[in-house]
Design a protein around this ligand. Structure first.
Ligand SMILES: C[S@@+](CC[C@H](N)C(=O)[O-])C[C@H]1O[C@@H](n2cnc3c(N)ncnc32)[C@H](O)[C@@H]1O
Length: 363
């Protein structure tokens, strides 16, 4: 199979490459613990650098465990450490670390994917079967915490940008929402975007559709807490989208590539929308070919891996699943699928996002 003899230097480098992936996976587990145990939140709340004992005491945790954990974090360069002449280690976080690791309200908060890491990794136990049968696992296979992880992944950006940036970029959407619009949010997850729109536009009525019972449970819970009357959450297999061209606006955030039958869903969206309705399609920024994604997306290996464990798995979770997956809906494909579903206008919106592309799609 190999064209040349084994090179011992290359062998060392290749082994390092492989184990650096394990380092990332193990450190990701430590990030999960830091988030779940409140270690980042506590560390960031100190006005000055602290020892690991002080950090442990602030959370009533065992000091030896916190010490080993923080050694991982400092060695991974995620947390700052200063060691004084007496060998005392004091730890702190840069402002950037605070934002990504502990500031739930900042759009760059990044703990959502780490929240659901155990559930995502657990799928490795059952995925070998999927490789044989072709049938993957839907979002509910990750349990209720999987839904919370998705919520914590997408809420921070949505909270800051949906109302002030995204909706105003759509032609006439805000005026229609203010006047009172019928809105559907497809693949609504835990309902954050739907509730946000309903609260901002009390004359409008918003329905969130999702097939995940854990996501719907969470959405119902939030609706109750927020006492928002003009939002509803349903399972589209029980209550499908209306078929009478009655909706003003449909939104779909990061979900079409996860669906087993995305073309059918696009057709259903088309049937639900008024002739002058608006579909806001938000999906992962992908390029047309694997070669382009590999060359231009520094996160490509992460995304293909997440696809196997989550997105493509969901998109293959029923017989005949389209299996688009995380990077499976580049603009060209979104355009052609929307056209096949009967949409005639397709406009990419000028919105900056590290992960997503935004499109206004019209009948
Ligand atoms: C990555 S999550 C995004 C959730 C949400 N839009 C957000 O931004 O937080 C994808 C969601 O699509 C849902 N989904 C998958 N197939 C679906 C379908 N056919 N109809 C409705 N929702 C679906 C999943 O259950 C999951 O909640």
């Amino acid at each position: 199979m190999t064209q040349r003899d084994l090179d011992l230097n290359l062998l060392k480098m290749y082994s390092f490459l492989v184990f650096s992936k394990l380092e990332g996976a193990v450190t990701s587990g430590m990030i999960h613990l830091g988030d779940q145990l409140g270690l980042y939140r506590s560390l960031s709340s100190f006005p000055q650098p602290v020892t690991s004992e002080e950090l442990a005491a602030s959370l009533q945790l065992h000091p030896r465990w916190v010490q080993e954990w923080i050694h991982n974090q400092a060695a991974a360069r995620l947390i700052e450490v200063a060691i004084d002449d007496q060998g005392i280690e004091r730890y702190s976080m840069t402002p950037e670390a605070v934002v990504v690791l502990s500031d739930e309200l900042h759009p760059a908060f990044g703990m959502g994917m780490f929240h659901r890491l155990p559930q995502t990794m657990h799928s490795l136990k059952v995925l070998p079967e999927s490789f044989k049968t072709g049938i993957g696992l839907d979002y509910d296979s990750h349990g209720p915490e999987g839904a919370v992880g998705i919520e914590r992944s997408f809420e921070p950006w949505s909270r800051s940008y949906l109302l002030p940036v995204v909706l105003p970029a759509l032609d006439g959407a805000v005026q229609r929402l203010e006047a009172g619009a019928l809105v559907a949010d497809i693949g609504c997850g835990a309902g954050g975007a739907a509730i946000r729109m309903a609260q901002a536009f009390p004359k409008s009525s918003v329905t969130g559709y999702d097939i995940s019972r854990f996501a719907l449970d969470r959405a119902h819970e939030k609706k109750t807490i927020d006492a928002t009357d003009n939002v509803h959450f349903v399972d589209p297999r029980v209550t499908p989208l209306p078929e009478n061209e009655s909706l003003d606006i449909v939104t779909a955030f990061d979900c079409i590539h996860d669906m087993t039958h995305p073309q059918d869903v696009m057709q259903a969206i088309r049937r639900s929308l008024k002739p002058d309705g608006i579909w806001l399609l938000v999906d992962i920024k992908a390029l047309d070919t694997f070669g382009e994604n590999m060359a231009k997306n520094p996160m490509a290996s992460l995304m293909y891996g997440i696809s196997v464990m989550s997105c493509m798995s969901s998109a293959m979770s029923a017989e005949g699943g389209a299996g688009l997956g995380t990077l499976g809906l580049p603009e060209s494909k979104a355009r052609s699928m929307a056209s096949a579903a009967g949409f005639t206008r397709f406009r990419k919106l000028d919105i900056e996002h590290s992960l997503n592309a935004f499109y206004e799609v019209r009948p």
